[in-house]
Ligand binder design. Sequence first.
Ligand code: ATP
Ligand code: MG
Length: 183
Amino acid sequence: MRLKKLEITGFKSFCEKSGINFPPGISAIVGPNGCGKSNIVDALRWAMGEQSVKQLRGKSMEDIIFAGTNGKPPLNMAEVSVTMANDNGTSPAELRDFTEIMLTRRLYRSGESAYFINKQPCRLKDIHNIFLGSGMGAKSYAVIQQGNIGAITDAGPEERRFFIEEAAGITRYKNRKKETLAK
Ligand code: ATP
Ligand code: MG
């Protein structure tokens, strides 16, 4: 799977709907301090199902909703959609026929939230399942933040094994085994 497009509305500093395309090859995001570069990466992680508020650099999940700036009132909802090219057969079987997969996550200030795969409502578990074994996803090594390189080199044997198993594509099967044994 390859990142193709990100659509951000009401997430952190993005009060108006913004679309960012990622053509094949290397994309770089440049801009002055505080302009929202890291917020783009946060939006990507969030849409991929990130649950840790700390990883998203906030104190509570509500902090990801546009809080207002001079002249612009706060918003009540954040929505991020990430579109991926589904071109290498790593997606779950039920999504194999789609050339693109679009994940959408929405959060209201009331705390209500929703996830969608190709505009169909789904569970967080379904979002996680898409990424297991793909090397992408909120928990993978696909997004390495400032300071995280040390976390990988300093990881204990169990954590390091997780990275290797994810790279080898077997996490999905291990998760299924765990679920089956728990039934
Ligand atoms: P640097 O180059 O310093 O790393 P950056 O481009 O990565 O900067 P970000 O961290 O992405 O900058 O953006 C920080 C900006 O986002 C701050 O101005 C902050 O006020 C704004 N911001 C964060 N959360 C919200 C929110 N909920 N509502 C409005 N603005 C927000
Ligand atoms: Mg930054």
